[in-house]
Design a protein around this ligand. Structure first.
Ligand code: HEC
Length: 159
């Protein structure tokens, strides 16, 4: 028994060390991403943000504010990570991407849209607490325009 718990503690120690190590790797500057990897990563992250949008819509349809708030919170958490997924050199010259060269020419404007996305997504999570369906829908629209649209329109090529 004592031996078993010792083993468990040893395993827990290894897992903890692994978590700290992977945390160190994950918190390293995202600029270190190779351009090809960055393209793959951001497409996956964007697709998951798109899925969170569907989660919000489902939550609104079901009048489930917690669902809306949970998905909005996930988007708010992802927004500040986005700029790091667009390292210099990860434009059309480096692979199949809809990212426009304007991103790197107007970097501050690009980053500003991620801040707007975070702000409006946080606001969406907050308004769910009021339970007002119309207000939640309105804030969802604001987030989509000021967050998603404000970046896609100038910075993403059409399909
Ligand atoms: C800071 C700019 C920016 C913001 C903010 C942003 N996007 Fe994007 N999004 C892009 C760019 C650029 C691409 C193209 C990425 C590529 O092809 O490398 C993209 C691609 C996508 C894709 C396609 C992913 C794929 O499979 O290729 C989806 C879906 C998407 N975005 C959804 C959203 C939604 C929903 C929001 C708002 C909640 C959002 N995005 C906010 C810039 C942004």
């Amino acid at each position: 028994m004592a031996k078993q718990s010792h083993t468990k503690r040893a395993i827990a120690g290894i897992l903890l060390a692994g978590a700290i190590l992977s945390g160190a790797i994950l918190s390293a500057p995202a600029q270190a991403l190779d351009p090809g990897d960055a393209i793959q990563t951001r497409k996956a992250v964007m697709a998951s943000i798109g899925a969170h949008m569907n989660g919000i819509k489902a939550g609104m349809a079901a009048k489930n504010g917690k669902l809306v708030a949970g998905h909005a919170g996930a988007i708010a958490a992802l927004a500040p990570i986005l700029p790091g997924l667009f390292p210099k050199g990860s434009g059309p010259e480096s692979g199949e991407t809809r990212a426009k060269a304007e991103i790197w020419q107007q970097w501050d404007r690009f980053v500003a849209t991620t801040k707007a996305l975070r702000k409006e997504a946080e606001e969406l999570a907050l308004v769910t607490e009021l339970g007002d369906t119309a207000e939640i829908a309105a804030q969802f629209g604001t987030m989509a325009r000021a967050g998603c649209g404000a970046c896609h329109q100038p910075f993403r090529t059409r399909k």
